[in-house]
Ligand binder design. Sequence first.
Ligand SMILES: *Cc1c(COP(=O)(O)O)cnc(C)c1O
Length: 398
Amino acid sequence: MDIKNIVCSLNDKVRTPFYLYDEKVILENINRLNDVFCKKNFGVLYAMKANSNPYILKLVKNAEMGIDACSVEEVKIALICGFSPESIYYNADCLNSDEIDFAVERNVNLVIGSLDALYYLVKKHSGHELSLRLNSGIGAGHSSKVITNGELSKFGINFSDIPEAIRLCKNGGLKIVGIHSHTGSGEMGIASYVENANVMLDISLQFDSLRFINFGGGFGYDYKDHQEYDIDSLSENIRQLSSARGAKDNIRLIVEPGRYLVANTAILVSKVCSVKESSSRNFLGLDTGHNHFPRCFYYDAWHDIENISTLSNEMISYDITGYLCQSGDIFARQRLLPKTKVGDLICIKDVGAYGYSMSSNFNSRVRPGEYLVDTEDNFSMIRRPECFEDIISTFNLD
Ligand SMILES: *Cc1c(COP(=O)(O)O)cnc(C)c1O
């Protein structure tokens, strides 16, 4: 999509800030994953926490991928969007009994990451099938906050507890049909992913009724240099390891990327509200903040930022800031942009993953709307902007 043309043709009809998605790019990502992973005994789940907009979920469903859900709410959304219970994998460590009961009643796949949940299942749902989330010790990620294996990780059952988990399930009439392990999020190299897969294939030999091994998500996206994440070589490595280990042909090999499907599919369009220039530092203030797009604030993440309004050739170094009452609300420091004025439109790019899905109402601000350009270049709203009434809808004013 030609962002500039489309945004400029909206001609102020859509209030800034707003998310704008490109359906063509979403479909390209989905098709590429399906080309590489849906052959033979591979399967793909979409980790919907990256972006749970129903329009995107519909595209995922049409491509016959399943869902990795990490909350009861996500399970419910996936069901509403038409995913069958068998295609939904509910993966969480801190499950309360209501959540376990719900998953069992709805017959979605349970991925259990703690012995405590197993104790409960043995007591209440004997005869049920489940899979185990394991902490293989091999973690990776773009930030320490998103590494999910290893000694410091809260996720999964430790390898040393596997015998206890197997014993519990055997005695309690639970059938372990899968094992799962997720190294972490967003690392560009594939070495840790492959190493983890190797360890999981090894450990799978301890289980006698497995139908699948889930190697997790975490496929990287290179926000700065835009190098490709090598899913071809990743799938080839897993394929080779799996045959070298003598894994049975009827065991499905599952991957569950989130970011990979959506990272490059959206921009956040905002408007410049203030320009402060001084001899030492120049600030551009936008009409959005980390409440709408938190990755820069949480992870110091780099995102390309473009001024799509100006034709100026004069380049200036700006700190690009959000509108929140918090000094850390900065999207980028000392970024070169053409000389910018109040009213210019600024696009923050590659915001499709962990953007809207991590947004909040901090400062009692409303969330923006989400819009999409479809494959025929039609523009539509796929989520309305919030309004003030949404903010106060949960208040008890009596
Ligand atoms: C977050 C998460 C994913 C997806 O991670 P990405 O980095 O977005 O691919 C997959 N599986 C599990 C268990 C997760 O927690």
